[in-house]
Write a protein that binds this ligand. Sequence first.
Ligand code: ZN
Length: 377
Amino acid sequence: MKSDLTPLLLTQKLIRFNTVNPPGREKACAAWLGKILEEAGFQIAFYEFDEARTSLVAALGGAGERTSLCFSGHLDTVPPGRAPWRMNPFSGEVEGNKIYGRGASDMKGGVAAMVSAALRLSKIGGLKAGLTLILTAGEETGCEGAKYLAGKDGVLTGAGALVIGEPTSNVPFVGHKGAVRFELTARGKTAHAAMPEKGENAIYKAARAIERLEAFDFGVAENPILGKPTLNVGIISGGININSVPDRATIGVDIRPTPGLRADEIGDRLGVCLGPEIEIRCLEAFSGVLSDPEDPWIREIFEIVTPYLETPPVPKGAPYFTDASFLVAPMGHPPAVLLGPGEPGQAHSTDEFCFLARIEEAAEIYFEMARRWCLAR
Ligand SMILES: [Zn+2]
């Protein structure tokens, strides 16, 4: 029985594990959480996508056949950054109504609140449905832990609903866009800069392509919750020296598609738009996620959080993508929300903090979600 582990103490404890990614090394943090959850009766499994890059899956079973509720959060954090911190980023110091440290908001406060709710649930007997915690490694560098779990047979099956504890100030988000990155290459023929007519300038081809990209049309209707897909040209490089005709230029493009718009469809459309002079290579793809705001469970979540918010929640999406990109498909696309105690504006910032009250409230909200799912069904 770990009744001494309040959400605040849990947050502090988690901040004190340095899980800065890179290199990550989530192992010790995952092992510590695994131990306390195991003592509380959870079945524990660890999954390493690389040495010491440990994700934890902890499951508490229910007596019935019903699917489990799943809480998920990531254990890694981004680095503290170059700017000096007022506090040690790994001490979890409390000052006034805030706890400070790397990950306080993104998202050790969220993981702590989830674990605290799970421990509380474990003391109640007669669960009809189970609760599963999926605590991942490597989220900050491209959801590597979640991707690894998604590739393992049977690990992610049987979830009936999913909560991702990313920082939302406890406001529920019903989805987020995906992300698809492309490298576009224009090829030409090199020649002396004094005789450009003898060459074929790859930068000119890239420039023409960029103009078309600026006017790129995805050909899909605006999503009522997530808006339009977007495209950004983020990198351009080409040429080796000023006195040669460049024979190669590349363009890096980041696209944020709305759910339903697949990476291969976007690639095909880019091909039509840019023509044969541009080679298109997809670097990585993260799916978008969107739940029906009218889904009974989503409506229940809105009802549960309303007393904790200044204004009742309305269906909206997060501007970033999350581990849900990889978790929802192997889970069979259950309804999913992003909801966590962190402040969205604090993620990745210097002197990152989280409001203590938000962590306490998140623990209550998660417990109420779990209580309704696991007992009342
Ligand atoms: Zn995060």
